[in-house]
Design a protein around this ligand. Sequence first.
Ligand code: MG
Length: 385
Amino acid sequence: MAVGVIVVAGGRGSRLGGPVPKQLLDLGGRSILQRSVAAFDRHPGIAHVVVVLPDELVASGVELVGPTTRPVAIVAGGARRQDSVARGFDAVPPECDVVLVHDAARPFVGADVIDRVIEATLASGVAVPAVRSRDTVKRVDAGRTVGETLPRDRIWLAQTPQGFRRDRLEEAVVRGQRDAEATDEAMLAEQAGRRVVVVQGDDRNVKITTEDDLRAARAALTPPALRVGTGYDLHTLIDGRPLVLAGVELAADRGPQGHSDGDVVCHALIDAMLGAAGAGDIGRHFPDTDPAWKDAPGLDLLSRTAAIVAERGWHVASLDVTVVLERPRLYPHADAIRDRLARALSLEPDAVNIKGKTNEGVDAVGRGDAIAAHAVAVLVRGEAG
Ligand code: MG
C-alpha cells in the first residue's frame, strides 16, 4: 500500500490583498505552502508528494516548495480547483492506491488527522476530516431572511486532506472534467453516489483565507514572551519566635529574627518575581525602614508583588523554591505551603513547587542558626489565564 498526496496551491487569487498568492505568504519564517508540504513530507505513511502551482510559478516551484526530504513533483494547475486536482492526479505514480488531496492553505494539519484519513480511506474508499460546528447555522434566503435553522448536531465543517482510494478519485476527477462543479473532491464522490466517511478533524487545522486568519496563524506560532527571575533570602533563627512559611506554622523551637515575619519562602519568591519583571527588589518596594511593613505577613507582600508585576504586564507561570533548613524537616509541610502560595497567586498547585534541603550540618544554616531559601519565578507576558 502506497499513499500519495496532492497539495493544491493553484490559486492566484488573494483575498488577503497584494500581488503575492496567499500560499506564498510568510508564516513564522516559512511560507504557508512550505509548512503544508512539510506536514506530508515528514509523515512516514506518505510515499509521494505532488504540488500543484499556478502556471507562472511552476518554473520556480522547487525554490518555492523549499527543501524536502524526498523529491516532490511540481505541476501546473488549471482554472478551477477540480482542474488543478486533475492535473495533480496525473502526476501521482500508479502504485499509489490511496491519494490524499490537501489545501495548501491549511499549514497546521497534524499527523494524527492524516493517519485517521488514511485509515478510513482504506476501510471505506473516501474519507474527509471534519469538525463539529460550534455556531448555529442558518440557511439564508434572498433578502437576507432566514429560511431555515439547520440542526447543529448534524453540521460538520469539512477540512482537508480528503482521502480517496485511487479508483474513487479517478472517478471524481472524470466527473469534475465533464460538467460537474464542486468545491471539493468529496462532493464529486458524493455526486457519484459514493459513501463518504467523516473522521475527526482538528480545530487547529484552519484554512488561512483572510487577513485575520493570517494574523491569528502568526500569533499561534509566536511563543509567549517569558521572563525568568531568581531570588534568595536568609534569616537568622532565634529562640522563642514562631517559624511561619507562607502562612504555614512549623512546630519549631526557633523562628526568624527580623523586621518582617522573616518568611524566607515568600521573600525569595518576591525577589524572583520582581527580578523577572525588571522591577528591582523587595527592599525597594517594601523597605524595612518603613513601619508599614513591620511584621507584614510574607503572603501579603507576595500578593502585593503579583499586583506590581501585573501592572508591568506580567503574570506568574510557575514558581520553584528550595528551602534550606536543618530542623524541623520541611517535607511534611511542603504541600500545605505550596497550596497557600498557589491560592494567594491564583495558580494551579502544580505551577508551584517546594523543595526542602538541609545544609548537612555545615555553617550557620547547618547549625540551625539560620534558614535560607532560593527561588525561581517564570513570568509570562499578558493577563493571567
Ligand atoms: Mg527576608
